[in-house]
Design a protein. Structure first.
Length: 163
């Protein structure tokens, strides 16, 4: 009889592990782009804006396979400020000029038509590198991301924003 009751804790633990949410952090949402821009300027780093949507399978794939693991690399994380804008979320946020807006309006201003779209901008929100639109292949995306990051950091130096 005791044998029968000893199985339940193991079964309960297995159910918990199978249904528990994953703990891998993703790209942080962008509540205040002005503050993010200021932090990026202090680091001499570009701001990476990931435009995504809840319904976008490729957005989740890009974040899970490329962007979130990149954030775990402290060297990489110190060279860029990543923020996510969910275009299907009407939550208010602060733009680079400290005005209240939302992600859909910002996407409209940058003419973002496809998710995911990744932009590299300076501390004032001006695009400084070639944007990455969609996901054609994850095999090459990391290389495209590195090239755009390199281009944006060079552009910041050309603009006299870095030593």
């Amino acid at each position: 009889m005791l044998d029968k009751w000893c199985k339940w804790p193991g079964i309960a633990a297995m159910i918990f592990l199978l249904t528990a949410p994953t703990t891998q952090a993703g790209v942080p949402l962008a509540p205040d782009l002005g503050k993010t821009g200021h932090q990026a300027e202090q680091r001499c780093a570009p701001v990476l804006l990931e435009f995504a949507a809840e319904y976008c399978h490729f957005c989740a794939l890009l974040e899970r396979e490329i962007l979130a693991p990149t954030l775990l690399d402290q060297d990489y994380a110190s060279r860029v400020m990543m923020r996510k804008l969910m275009i299907d979320n009407s939550r208010a946020l602060q733009d680079f000029d400290h005005h209240k807006t939302d992600a859909a309006r910002i996407a409209g201003r940058y003419k973002v038509r496809v998710t995911p779209t990744v932009l590299f901008v300076d501390s004032h929100g001006k695009e400084i590198a070639k944007r990455l639109v969609g996901v054609a292949s994850l095999d090459f995306y990391g290389g495209f991301l590195d090239a755009a990051l390199h281009q944006s950091r060079n552009r910041l130096r050309e603009l006299g924003r870095c030593e």
